[in-house]
Each structure stands twice: as C-alpha cells, then as structure tokens.
Design a protein around this ligand. Structure first.
Ligand code: FDM
Length: 227
C-alpha cells in the first residue's frame, strides 16, 4: 500500500446490490488488515442539494429537473464539496469504497439524452468533474451488472420492505434503467477514467477474492468479470 489509499467506486442500477456488495467487500478488506472507509453519493445528509433546489426555484438554474446538464451539475457540485473529505479519507485509509460516483452522472445523464449525444456528454462529465472540479480520480470501478428487470424487481421489493423509502423519478422509469445499464456497459468497455471490473450481480460475487485482488495480491484489471 502506498501513502494514499485506493479509491474504489461501486456502480450499477438501483437494485443491482451495490450496498450488499459494499458491505461484504468492506468486511473482507478489513479481515485482510486493510483500513477501509466508505461513503455514498448523492449525500442526502448535506444541505448542498437543498440550496441548489432553492436556486432552481428562484430561476437561477433554469428548469433544473428537465435539464440533464443542470441535474448533472447538481450531483457534480455535491462531489466537489465532498472532495476535501474524500482526500482526508484517502490519506487515512488503504481503501475508500464509494457507492456511486461521477460514473453515475455519466451513465444516468447519457441515458436521458439521444444516443448520438451520449459520447460527448460522458466526456463533458469527465472534464467537469475531474478537470474543472478536480475531484479525486478513482483507481478502480466495480460494475455490478444485472439485467434491468432483476434490478427493478429488487428495487420494488426494497421499496415494499423498507419503511419510508420512496422511488425517485429515475427509479420509476424502466426505460431509463435499461438505457442506463447499456451506458454503464459502454463505460466499462471503454475503461472510462479508470479500469472497470464487471461483476455478475445475479450469480453473486466472491467478496474475499475481490478483496485480495483490490489489495494488489492479484492485479484487478488482469481478470475482468465473474467476481
Ligand atoms: N444519480 C446519482 C445520478 O443521476 N447522478 C449522480 O451523480 C448520482 C450520484 O440518482 F437514480 C442518480 C442515480 C439514482 C439516483 O441515487 C439516486 P441512489 O443511489 O438511489 O441514492
């Protein structure tokens, strides 16, 4: 391990099982002696969203919710604000696991645009977040891939069983979830920003083997897929 920890991002559709994977992976990493920190985006406990929504209401951000770029900027500002915290976490840990990061903005945003605009959009997100805002660059992405119908079933089940949980507008749009899954696959194939490993979210993931690979006992990118 170097002086600064590895930033490992977990991505996937709602209901792909990101939280279950992050829990298992963080336990497996700790069992191997790694110091692990976790975080998730968007940060619902930060007031930056409320502030931006107020700006939108006063016309300072235009028609925010209808604007893919406007919504993306809101999510990106949340990550920019979290930058110092993330850097501090990276200084003090071997691995920082992040549930959703800039790739979520790329995938969900591109899925809302015409296919012809998707490539330009994901580059815009990369430049905005890693260039202009200078947020920490991930060392690795883990994509939990599941058929969108499976993800939708799981998300619906979670909604029935978790008190107080409501669907956001993205979760209610089945077509959007399907397109988002396709964009994610493209980002992984293109190694967008950092290497990606595609994990089979239906068959399940061997968290201990994955932890070993992430800790450099085996090169992660040499063995894509099939957790
Ligand atoms: N989402 C999340 C984005 O569109 N862009 C982002 O940058 C992030 C972090 O917000 F549908 C979308 C993905 C999802 C919704 O996320 C809320 P969670 O993981 O369900 O809280």
């Amino acid at each position: 391990m170097g002086a600064v920890g590895a930033l490992v991002v977990v991505e996937g559709l709602d209901g792909a099982g990101k939280r279950t994977l992050t829990d298992a992976l963080s336990t497996a990493l700790a069992a191997r002696g790694a110091r692990v920190a976790r975080t998730a985006f968007p940060r619902y406990d930060d007031d930056v969203h409320a502030e931006l929504v107020r700006d939108a209401l006063y016309g300072r951000l235009g028609d925010l919710s209808g604007s893919v770029h406007g919504m993306t900027l809101l999510f990106a500002l949340d990550r920019r604000a979290a930058g110092p915290l993330l850097r501090a976490d990276l200084e003090a840990h071997d691995v920082v696991l992040v549930d959703r990061y800039a790739a979520s903005a790329a995938a969900y945003g591109a899925a809302r645009l015409h296919q012809d605009a998707a490539g330009e959009f994901v580059e815009w997100v990369r430049e905005l977040e890693f260039g202009r805002f200078g947020i920490p660059v991930p060392d690795h992405h883990l994509l939990l891939a599941v058929p969108h119908a499976v993800a939708a079933d799981r998300a619906a089940h979670r909604e029935r069983t978790e008190a107080g949980r409501e669907r956001d507008t993205y979760e209610s749009d089945g077509g959007l979830q399907e397109r988002t899954g396709a964009v994610y696959a493209g980002l992984a194939a293109a190694s967008w920003v950092a290497p990606w490993t595609v994990l089979d979210g239906v068959a399940g993931v061997d968290a201990d083997a994955l932890a070993a690979r992430l800790l450099g006992e085996e090169p992660v990118s040499a063995r894509p897929a099939h957790g």
